[in-house]
Design a protein around this ligand. Structure first.
Ligand SMILES: Nc1nc2c(ncn2[C@@H]2O[C@H](COP(=O)(O)OP(=O)(O)OP(=O)(O)O)[C@@H](O)[C@H]2O)c(=O)[nH]1
Ligand SMILES: [Mg+2]
Length: 441
């Protein structure tokens, strides 16, 4: 499970666990998923995270915050963690002699910044540098990148391999990435400059995009190659590798709210990630791995893209939101990679709200009924009505941006029934589970 900062990852894991546990306790939650189980009983328990060495997702603490009075949202997360659930699914009545089906669901909170490293696996240093330097000149980006760009363009093309130049350029580039993230931009690479891997920083870390021709450029290119190798290696590590299915959480509504630059950038980030996740590994890649006496990398078998916080808009808009996400994710995708045989990974695009804050209602505005939502703002007893506008079903054009779009109030979560034991009010988690686990079920 991955998503950029503030996409709603912690809320998602908390709600998913609470609702599955409630389902196991016989509560009427996740109706679509319960239907898919077709009357089979399911037992659910939190499992220890096993031998992975990753810290365990602190579900009780996050759930307690949501069920406080008034409810509180989770704090920002900075470290990866693992949520593990054991499911025991009974067999249908015919097969009374059959053993139950046991399933261990392990959900890794995978930093979204790292997802944006996947496209680097197919990009060499020169192409990457050219693309980044072009982006840093875009009007919305340039003011944040001035220091690094001034340094980089003052370097002579044939600059020699000098450690202090590499370190200075790296420091300036990294500071630029942080500023861009603070400004709401998302397509920021390499991801580990923003979200470092656990442990000490490797010696090859200090690099930055550069189009020179001398010794400095080749030093930076070698470090970039080492970075890409580390990304590749980690994908096969038990800790961050072995990802079997991926859920990508995207906060498209906030991107729409933030304006055309932030939206365009978020769209580019989603489509870059989607492009990297789209194809099952080809037989050539598998053969190459065996040739290196390594097991071929595990294949990601399903990818779900979910637009989060969709309780900010009324039900009629949520279909548009899912369609917008599909259009954005498929935007930058070309044909199958030109090596070997590759098949597309089953992919779904949904609109969800892991922690629902609002209810739908019909609001009469200027004498006309519109579908709106209402909820309480944090620290306010009154119900606030909200009609943020029409959600476009494809990347919006200039006419859309001409009218200010979407207020997104900070709503308070709806109170979870029975202090959380009755689940957490949500939208669309059942459809997401049905898609992710379809083959297993
Ligand atoms: N209305 C609504 N708001 C949500 C929902 N999920 C998350 N939010 C809002 O989004 C904020 C961020 O959610 P988190 O779950 O903390 O996001 P995160 O991806 O874990 O964030 P980081 O750990 O900082 O990267 C919350 O504080 C809420 O304000 C949702 O389902 N509905
Ligand atoms: Mg978090």
């Amino acid at each position: 499970m991955t998503g950029l900062a503030r996409a709603g990852k912690t809320a998602f894991l908390t709600s998913l666990a609470a609702n599955l546990l409630a389902l196991g306790a016989g509560q009427p939650v996740l109706p679509g998923f319960a239907r898919r189980l077709g009357g089979r009983r399911v037992q659910v328990a939190l499992a220890p995270s096993g031998a992975s060495g990753l810290p365990r997702f602190d579900h009780p603490r996050h759930l307690a915050a949501l069920t406080r009075d008034p409810p509180a949202w989770p704090e920002r997360t900075s470290a990866a963690s693992m949520l593990a659930l054991d499911l025991v699914i009974g067999r249908e009545s015919l097969g009374f002699a059959l053993p139950s089906q046991r399933l261990r669901l392990e959900l890794l909170d995978y930093p979204g910044e790292w997802l944006l490293d996947l496209p680097l696996l197919r990009t060499d240093f020169a192409d990457w540098s050219a693309a980044v330097l072009r982006r840093l000149q875009a009007p919305a980006v340039a003011p944040h990148a001035a220091g690094f760009m001034a340094f980089n363009s003052a370097l002579p093309a044939g600059a020699t391999a000098d450690e202090s130049l590499a370190a200075t350029g790296h420091r300036l580039y990294r500071a630029t990435l942080h500023r861009l993230r603070d400004a709401g931009l998302s397509l920021l690479q390499p991801g580990r400059f923003l979200m470092p891997a656990p442990g000490p920083e490797p010696a090859w870390t200090p690099f930055f995009p550069n189009l020179g021709t001398g010794g400095l450029e080749s030093l930076l290119a070698r470090r970039y190659a080492a970075y890409v190798q580390a990304v590749q290696r980690d994908l096969q590590e038990p800790m961050f590798g072995n990802l079997d299915r991926i859920v990508v959480l995207v906060d498209l509504l906030s991107a729409l709210h933030a304006g055309p630059d932030a939206f365009g950038d978020a769209a580019a980030a989603v489509s870059a990630a989607a492009g990297a996740l789209r194809w099952r590994r080809s037989w050539i890649e598998a053969a190459w791995a065996l040739g290196q006496l390594r097991l071929p990398p595990r294949v990601v078998s399903r990818v779900a893209f979910a637009a989060t916080k969709s309780d900010h808009v009324a039900e009629r808009q949520r279909g548009n939101l899912a369609a917008l996400l599909r259009n954005v994710a498929e935007g930058g995708i070309g044909d199958a990679p030109d090596f070997g045989f590759a098949a597309a990974v089953p992919t779904s695009h949904l609109a969800i709200a892991a922690v629902r804050c609002t209810e739908d209602f019909v609001w009469t505005l200027d004498g006309r009924p519109v579908s709106a939502v209402r909820g309480r703002r944090i620290g306010d007893e009154r119900l606030l009505r909200s009609y943020p506008g029409e959600v476009p079903d494809r990347p919006p054009d200039d006419a859309f941006w001409a009218h200010p779009f979407l207020q997104l109030p900070d709503f308070e979560p709806l109170r979870p029934p029975q202090g959380g034991r009755g689940g957490v009010p949500e939208l669309g988690l059942d459809a997401l589970l049905c898609f992710l686990l379809d083959d297993v079920l």
